[in-house]
Design a protein around this ligand. Structure first.
Ligand SMILES: [Cu+2]
Length: 117
């Protein structure tokens, strides 16, 4: 049932203005907002298979760049969004390539349901 809801949302998706963001494939489990040169929440926990959206609410370009190279949003212009689906458990530390003092962490835990994503 959950999957059919997601499929329904996909069909209803309206075309977004082109951005550097990748095409979202799931409804985000969590949205990390980028505001005032900070990620909020700075540390977040999700489960394997969850999609995390990053929304740049600043009037400034930022990136969401994982230190181990798992993903990189590239430049997110003001009001742009980026999302990533985490397929492996682990701790993902990320930062902004433009303002390297900006740091955040996503902790991805193994799904308690044991679902294979
Ligand atoms: Cu930045």
């Amino acid at each position: 049932m959950f999957l059919s809801v997601l499929t329904g949302l996909g069909l209803l998706a309206t075309p977004w203005a082109a951005t550097a963001a990748s095409k979202p494939t799931n409804s985000p489990a969590l949205t990390v907002h980028i505001k005032d040169y900070k990620y909020a929440p700075k540390t977040a926990k999700v489960r394997v298979g969850d999609t995390v959206a990053f929304a740049n609410d600043d009037d400034e370009t930022h990136t969401v760049t994982v230190t181990d190279g798992t993903f990189d949003s590239r430049e997110l212009k003001e009001k742009a969004r980026f999302s990533h689906t985490f397929t492996k458990a682990g701790t993902y530390n990320y930062y902004c390539k433009i303002h390297t003092q900006m740091k955040g962490t996503i902790v991805v835990e193994t799904s308690k349901k044991g679902a294979v994503q």
